[in-house]
Structure formats: structure tokens, C-alpha cells
Write a protein that binds this ligand. Structure first.
Ligand code: AMP
Length: 281
């Protein structure tokens, strides 16, 4: 596995893959890897001949400097996991490589970045599209793989790729969960033992929503059910429950006539966790 720190180094390797006629997958991550990231790698390897992973804790997508500072990191362990998973090349750049001095260009989906979870985290999705556009330009993959857990992020990236005519395909990969249902996240290690236990309530509320939908509930009841389940957990501070039509991302209302996507965010201590589910009528 090639470990690259610079743009020119990763480009040399990817250039060789392409010269050999091989397809290239990209899996962007912020490191501190878990089985969810490895699921993306496995899917990428199944669909492309070569798999490139980036590890970059992107400062522009953090609203809070303390959150950025506290983001967990373990490069040696990450590299071991990626080697084991059969990744071909990893890019671990310093911040100055991605954001050169004098840098001033941003990429933003002006509407989609600022609704739903974008309202809870101002500037977050602008940071995501800005870094992902740069990573796409650096690596030039045929396909890039993103988790459905970050559902709005996936939609924002699809919109950017469509609008800017970027020549690659975006693939969404289902969420990998702990045994008790909690969506895997690099942030989970920062939860206190009590909060870790309490955080199960997110996926439990989505299970309840799915059951209510099967029993014929409409959108308002589904929303109420989710809030009621989360409110049973005093350690959870609910930040947002968004229920949108899956195809338009407009707020859903009335009976469940079309597929919906539910997006949750809640704080446990000072850790913001998110979860998501698509429900079909
Ligand atoms: P992160 O390192 O948290 O920025 O995540 C990198 C990529 O992994 C993103 O596309 C995430 O959506 C995806 N991802 C994170 N957690 C999971 C999970 N539990 N299951 C599947 N994909 C995930």
C-alpha cells in the first residue's frame, strides 16, 4: 500500500493506475477508522480495480475549534486497517497541501447546504463540498463512495457533482451499526459510558418510526413517535428531526404516499450524533 503525503505523490500513483487502464475508486475519510469505513472500502474494491483512501480531518467543516481539536486520530492503526483491507494507496496530506497559503476558493450547494442539518451546523456542508471537490480534483476517481449515515452529505455531494459536471459516479453505502443499533462513528469513543448506552435511543426511535409507518401512520405521527422515544432518554438533547420526501428533500407532510428520509441529530454530553433512515410506503 502506497502512503502519500503530497498531491504530486498520489497523482503519480493514480496516473500509473490509469495508464494501465485500471478503474479507480476514492473513499474520503477523516480517519479513526471503524467497520463503517471498511464497508465503503470493500464496496469500492468490488466495483473498481484500484482503491484510494484519503485521511484528512478537514478544518473547514468544523464550526467549533474545540470539536476539531478533540477529533480522535490514530494514524498507525488506520494504516494497519487499510493495509489489511487491501487498499492500494492512501493520501494523508497536511492541511497546507489541501488549503495552500492564500487559498480563497469555496464550493457550496447554496440551498441544500443550508437547510435541515445545515441549519444546526452553519457552514458545515460548505466545508464538506469544498474539501471533497478538491479531493476529486487531486485523485480524479471514476467512482467515489460515501456512507448513507451522513444522508444529507450524500445528497449535497451528488448535487455538486451534477451541477459542476464532475466526471465521476457517486455511490451510497448503507450504514454499519454496533450490536445495539448505534450507527458506527469515529465520535462514539468520545461518549461517556452512560452516554454511549443512552445513544441507542437514536436507532430505537427510527425502529419505532418504521413500525408506525408499517401500521399506517402518517408523517406527523411518525415525527411524534420519534420525539416521544428520544424524550424517554434524559441524557439525549434532541437537536433536529427532519422528515423529507426522499426525491425532493422538501419537508414531508400528510400521509406516507412516497418514500421519506428521516434525519436525526442529538447531543449526548457535548457530542453531536446523527442517524438516518429511509422509509418506503
Ligand atoms: P468520516 O470519517 O466520519 O468523515 O466518514 C467517512 C465516510 O464514511 C463518509 O462517507 C461517511 O458517511 C462514512 N461512514 C461513517 N460512518 C459510517 C457507518 N457507520 N456506516 C457506513 N458508512 C459510514
Amino acid at each position: 500500500m502506497q502512503v502519500c503525503r503530497t498531491i504530486s505523490d498520489i497523482r503519480a500513483h493514480v496516473g500509473q493506475f490509469k495508464a494501465d487502464g485500471e478503474s479507480v475508486a476514492l473513499v474520503p475519510t477523516m480517519g479513526f477508522l471503524h467497520a463503517g469505513h471498511i464497508a465503503l472500502v470493500n464496496r469500492a474494491k468490488a466495483e473498481c480495480k484500484r482503491c484510494v483512501v484519503t485521511i484528512f480531518v478537514n478544518p473547514t467543516q468544523f464550526g467549533d475549534a474545540r470539536d476539531l481539536e478533540a477529533y480522535p486520530r490514530d494514524e498507525a492503526r488506520d494504516l494497519e486497517m487499510l493495509r489489511e483491507a487491501g487498499v492500494d494507496a492512501v493520501l494523508i496530506p497536511p492541511v497546507s497541501e489541501i488549503y495552500p497559503p492564500g487559498d480563497e476558493t469555496i464550493v457550496e450547494t447554496t440551498h441544500l447546504a443550508n437547510i435541515l442539518h445545515g441549519k444546526v451546523r452553519p457552514g458545515h456542508f460548505r466545508g464538506v463540498t469544498t474539501v471533497v471537490a478538491r479531493l476529486f480534483n487531486i485523485v480524479g476517481p471514476d467512482r467515489a463512495f460515501f456512507g448513507e449515515k451522513d444522508w444529507q452529505q450524500l445528497q449535497v455531494i451528488r448535487r455538486m457533482v451534477r451541477d459542476l459536471h464532475m466526471p465521476l459516479e457517486i455511490v451510497g453505502v448503507p450504514t454499519i451499526r454496533e450490536d445495539d443499533g448505534l450507527a458506527m462513528s469515529s465520535r462514539n469513543v468520545r461518549l461517556s459510558p452512560k452516554d454511549r448506552k443512552a445513544a441507542r435511543v437514536l436507532s430505537q426511535s427510527l425502529d419505532t418510526a418504521e413500525k408506525s409507518a408499517r401500521d399506517g401512520a402518517g408523517i406527523p405521527e411518525i415525527g411524534n413517535d420519534i420525539r416521544a422515544v428520544i424524550n424517554t432518554e434524559p441524557r439525549a438533547r434532541l437537536r433536529a428531526v427532519d422528515i423529507v420526501w426522499r426525491d425532493t428533500l422538501e419537508p414531508a407532510s400528510g400521509p406516507l404516499t412516497r418514500p421519506i428520509a428521516i434525519m436525526l441529530s442529538a447531543e449526548f454530553g457535548d457530542i453531536l450524533l446523527i442517524d438516518q433512515r429511509e422509509i418506503f410506503p
